[in-house]
Ligand binder design. Structure first.
Ligand code: CA
Length: 223
């Protein structure tokens, strides 16, 4: 999952970034509205964390722009202003949730999971896919009830593919979801992760579409 942090306080931005990277998110940061809008126009983010007081404008302006452009990316507002009006306005402008600074990382992570789940129209916090049972909060995977140990990027890759089950996900989209701007990306990194996923979860799960990308078939419905 790729997250964009829009925050001008370097201390807060670095702290958040470190927490999210540890959790497995690919993280980019923008310190101004202008930078943020430029990033959003070239990369697809899965979720955005938005500070309201930015040097070149109000975060709400950015939010309005995003929604006007038809972008449905979940946005969580982070605000030091704990007055009611700015929260309400933020939600009315198209934010999915808000956090009042200072907040605990656990709360942020939980709210991010909720926003992502809602965005996908899921109520269940677990992703069930055929024999796979993926717990997004604990970041654990079981196949036929047996726990399987995945590395961070493998877990992220599996989540992206399972969330899009039945559709081909392009290599570019997968690389965007897994790597931020500043992470070095070896040209075969994706193939290596796919290879490990197949070894750990079985050859039948991830299918290759040569020259395009990968997909996980929709699980067969039990009659
Ligand atoms: Ca600020």
């Amino acid at each position: 999952m790729r997250v964009l942090i829009i925050e001008d306080d370097p201390g807060i931005a670095d702290g958040l970034s470190a927490t999210l990277k540890r959790t497995g998110y690919a993280v980019d940061t923008a310190g101004t509205l202008r930078e943020a809008m430029a990033a959003v126009s070239v990369e697809s983010f899965d979720i955005i964390l938005l500070d309201l007081g930015l040097p070149d404008g109000d975060g709400l302006e950015g939010l309005r722009l995003l929604r006007q452009q038809g972008r449905t990316t979940p946005v969580l507002i982070m605000t030091a202003r704990d007055e009611l009006p700015s929260k309400v306005q933020g939600l009315d402008e198209g934010a999915d949730d808000y956090l009042v600074k200072p907040f605990q990382p656990e709360e942020l992570l939980a709210r991010m999971r909720v926003a992502l789940r809602r965005n996908e129209g899921r109520a269940n916090p677990e992703l069930i896919h055929g024999p796979l049972d993926i717990d997004l909060a604990a970041r654990t995977v079981k196949r036929d009830g047996q726990p399987i140990t995945l590395r961070t990027k493998e877990f992220e890759l599996l989540m992206v593919l399972v969330r899009a089950a039945g559709q081909v996900v392009t290599r570019q989209r997968l690389e965007e979801a897994l790597y931020s701007f500043d992470e070095p990306l070896e040209s075969n990194a994706l193939d290596v992760h796919i290879h490990h996923l197949r070894r750990k979860l079985g050859d039948d799960l991830v299918k290759t579409v040569r020259g395009v990308g990968y997909f996980v078939p929709r699980p067969e419905r039990k009659a």
